[in-house]
Every structure is written in C-alpha cells, then in structure tokens.
Design a protein around this ligand. Structure first.
Ligand SMILES: O=C(O)C[C@H](O)C(=O)O
Ligand code: SF4
Length: 515
C-alpha cells in the first residue's frame, strides 16, 4: 500500500478542480435550455468559463471545498487504521497546496484548524467481497449544506398544504425543498433524497444518493417516476441560476428509500450546488495505486463559457435598458443612487473581504481600514503564501450573504460602505439600510472562484488572521470584477421578487399527483 496516500491526494485534487463528465453534461443541458441574454444565461456562461479555468489552473472550482467526506469499500482484513491516517495526511497536504481551503473550525473557540480535526474529514468504511479498494469523495460546500432540509410527515407545507405519509406527501416535500433553497445554495442544484430511516440515517441516505451518476435510472419504478416528475416540474418554479429567475432550477434528483420506525416518517433532502464535486478511485489493495476512476472524467468536455465581457454585451443587446457601469472605489453616493436592479457593474480599485467573524467584530469595534465608500465582499478565499511571504488569491467566489443579515444595515451605516457584494441576496432589514444610507447589494456568481480570483491583481494586506484564512479581512487590489445589482438603493430587490413569484408557482403543485 505504498502509494495509497498519493492516490488519495490525486483523488482530492481531481475532485476539487475538475468536474466529472456527467455533471458537466447536466450544466451544458441547462445552458441550452436557458434563454439567451438573461441574467441566468450570463451566470451559466461564467460558470462554464470557471469550470474550464479550474481544470486548466488545477485550482479549486469553488473556494469552499466543503467537508471532505470519504466513503471507502475495502476487502476483509485491510488495515483501516493505516488508511485513515494516510487519508488525513493526504487531506493536510492538499490543504497546504491550496487544493483545499482550511475549513475545519473549532465550534467553541472559532479557531481554524486546517482540514483535520475532531470530526473532519468524514471517513466511512465498509467491507466488501472484492479484492480492491474503492475510495469515493464528495466535497460539498457549506452554503448548499445549509439548504439541506428534513421533513417529518405528516406536515403542513407552505404553498402546498398537507403532506401525508405517502408518495404524494414525499413529492410535496421535494418540491418544497427546491423552493426553500431559492438561489442560496448556488442553484441550479442537484438533490439527493432519503425516504425513511431515522433523523441521522435519513440524511446519510440522502447524501449517498448524490454519489449516483446523474444519468442513471432508478431501479425502483415508483421512485423513477417521482424523480422524472421532480425534474420536469421543479424547473417550473422559475428560480433559475443563482436565484436570478429562469428556466433551470434543478440539474438532478436522486431518491433512495430505507425502512423507518412506525412512529417516524422522515424525508431528508441533501442539496448540492452546481459545483457538484464528487469523484472516486479503484485502488489496488497491494500497491495502493489507482487502477481506475469511478466517474468519467470531465477532461475533453469543454464547457461553453463566454468571457464575462462578451456575456455582458449579449445581455445588453437583448435588454436595451440594461447598462454596464464601471465603479471605481471609493464609490460616491451619487453613483450608487444611479444604479438600478438589473444593472451590471464592473468594480475596479480596492475591495475588502469580510464574512461572519468580521461582521460580528465590527458591530462593537472600529475597522482597521477606512471603509468610507468601500466595497465589502462576502468571501472566504483560498490563499497561497509564496516563498517571499507574499499572498496570492487562488480561489475567491462569494459566500451566502443572508448570514450577515442581522449586522449588515448597522455596519453600512457605521462605516459608510457603499457596495456589499455576495450571493443569494439579503433581507428586508438590509434593503431598508441600503435605501437609508445610499448603498447597493451586488450579486456575484456563486462558485465562480477561478473567474473572480483572476480579478484580484494584488493582495495589499490582511487583518484578523486570527479568525483563520476564510474569515480574515483581506484587502485586494481589484480589476474587472463583474456583478449584478440585485438590491438597489430605491427599495427594489430581485430576490424578493423571485421568491414571491416562485411561491405563487409552488401553489400549482398543491393538488395530488401520485394517488
Ligand atoms: O464558505 C464559502 O466560501 C461559501 C459557502 O459555501 C456558501 O455557499 O455560502
Ligand atoms: S459557494 Fe456555492 S458553489 Fe461554492 S460551495 Fe457554496 S454553495 Fe457550492
């Protein structure tokens, strides 16, 4: 087993940087379906470009490389203790090489411990009768993990009414699961559904469904019909890529079933973003070398991706009223007040990152840098420190902004911030704050971490390294960072509009379908 650790390392790198063929094909099909010249089409184009860049740069597709979760099948007698240690070492090495972001945080102290710590990485072993070892890995990020949901039937569901303990009740839960995620899990997503089990095993079953190839066919006829129904109808909700509205909200749906207790009836849904990173290897149990890959590689399936400038031009051609505006930081109130929902902005100048720890901190402390007119980016990047001690941005897409909802309006007011950049939108309190203090919310394309990394030309400095790399406040010299105004300073929110439209559409699915 001399090569086992290296093989696992190769698996991690491939999973983090190269989306497999089945996932790429699902995204390509979405690109075909989505109307040209829309915000969703523009996003899918950036996503395509980002997938190509990640493969070419051998860098993370998305900066959030998730909770590394390994599922291992090994022959009877294989030494699981040694394998576990080598997997942990491979994870640590991949973190050092910026293929994984340090993502394991002490829940009580907040200390970032890299990627190896209590409960991380997740490793499941199972024995099988074969002679070789299969190692499968999924890197599922936190934003989509937060959109997982578990239903306990019978239930009363928003927009759908009663969901009973039957196939039709399950159908309603799944439709609701897609609706409640909106764009926050970087839609369009893939869902794995677990029917039955207990609360723990139900979620596990749901996550296991994500290992099924996107194009397989469920051997259970009833579940096959349900999967087909969901694929056809979830896309009628109109959530679209990033929750911008559009034709494609779901890229895959896989449903599994297990027995339950008489008193319990759980439907568990694991929501995975478009950056659906899972791969596997078959390993020779005597040498530890890779014999084969479990999922067909994405190599050779180039994604259609316009450079963002071209995609923006298309958007403008199709919508004459939409404008592309260049903002240089610090930004004036006048410029902000001229922006409207739907405008595409290109940001140049200094940008500061800040997420959960920083927002909490700024509530009752001063900022170490002047934030008057600033652009604050909700982002936890992957960074690389070179031999001269200089940092470089390796991956830097937006994080889910709604987590900062309790703080954002106050922080805008306190420091005079003019642009908040993130993804998934924010709520009523922030919208009011934007209006009162003359600021704007810009939605960047979630997961497009390679595309955004190249916009950061220089790392000017960093504060709060004690929060860990993702939570630190990075000061970044920026050029050509494109994002869409989705909440303006006049009380308009695209997110609120898409949510209420999709809520109305959800009601169409109230009547029983599976009797
Ligand atoms: O942690 C991150 O960088 C992003 C996260 O996966 C998210 O979707 O919000
Ligand atoms: S930012 Fe989006 S694409 Fe990246 S892990 Fe989070 S949900 Fe997935």
């Amino acid at each position: 087993m001399q090569h086992f650790q290296q093989s696992v390392y190769n698996l991690i790198v491939e999973t983090s940087t190269n989306l497999p063929a089945d996932v790429r094909k699902a995204i390509q099909a979405a690109q075909e379906l989505e109307d040209k010249g829309t915000r969703s089409a523009l996003s899918l184009s950036t996503i395509g470009e980002n997938i190509n860049m990640a493969e070419c740069n051998v860098s993370p597709i998305c900066q959030d490389t998730g909770m590394p979760t390994f599922i291992i099948h090994c022959p009877v007698g294989a030494n699981q203790i040694v394998m576990k240690k080598q997997i942990q070492d491979a994870v640590a090495q991949a973190t050092k090489d910026s293929k994984l972001r340090p993502n394991s945080v002490d829940s009580l102290t907040g200390e970032n411990q890299g990627n190896v710590g209590p409960g991380t990485p997740v490793i499941h072993f199972e024995q099988w009768e074969r002679d070789d070892i299969e190692v499968k890995l999924i890197l599922k990020g936190g934003g989509c993990e937060n959109k997982n949901i578990q239903y306990s039937l019978p239930a009363e569901l928003e927009g759908l009414g009663k969901a009973g303990r039957d196939l039709d009740g399950i159908r309603k839960c799944i439709m609701h699961a897609v609706y409640q995620a909106q764009g926050q899990g970087c839609s369009a997503g893939f869902i794995g559904v677990g029917i039955g089990g207990d609360r723990t095993s139900g979620y596990e079953l749901a996550k296991h469904q994500l290992f099924r190839p996107v194009d397989d066919v469920n051997p259970n006829e009833e579940l096959r019909k349900l999967e087909d129904y969901i694929m056809e109808n979830a896309n009628k909700l109109g959530i679209g890529t990033m929750g911008f509205g559009g034709q494609v909200s779901l890229l895959g749906c896989k449903i599994g079933v297990a027995n339950r207790l008489p008193a319990s009836f759980f439907v568990s849904v694991a929501y995975n973003c478009w950056a659906f990173r899972r791969q596997g290897v078959i390993i020779d149990a005597s040498t530890g070398e890779i014999k084969d890959w479990v999922y067909k590689s994405g190599k050779g399936i180039a994604m259609k991706g316009l450079a963002v400038e071209e995609a923006v031009d298309k958007l403008e051609e199709a919508n004459e009223q939409r404008r592309e505006i260049v903002l240089q930081t610090p930004i004036s109130e006048e410029q902000i007040r001229s922006l409207k929902v739907g405008d595409v902005v290109i940001i140049n100048g200094m940008m500061h990152t800040g997420r959960d720890a920083l927002h909490k901190y700024l509530m009752d402390h001063d900022s170490p840098v002047d934030l008057e007119g600033a652009a604050l980016y909700h982002c936890g990047p992957v960074m690389y420190k070179d031999e001269n001690g200089e940092y470089h941005v390796k991956a830097a897409g937006p994080t889910t902004s709604i987590r900062e909802e309790p703080y954002q309006a106050d922080i805008i007011k306190k420091f005079g911030i003019r642009a908040v950049i993130g993804k998934g939108g924010m709520g009523a309190k922030t919208l009011k704050g934007l209006q009162e203090h003359g600021a704007v919310y810009l939605n960047a394309i979630g997961g497009a971490a390679q595309y955004y990394a190249q916009c950061f030309k220089k790392v000017e400095g960093v504060h709060f390294m004690e929060f860990g790399i993702p939570e630190a406040m990075w000061h970044l010299q920026t050029e050509g960072f494109a994002a869409i105004v989705t909440m303006d300073s006049h009380g308009n929110s695209l997110h609120a509009d898409v949510e209420s439209d999709s809520r109305a559409k959800l009601e169409q699915f109230k009547e029983p379908v599976f009797k």
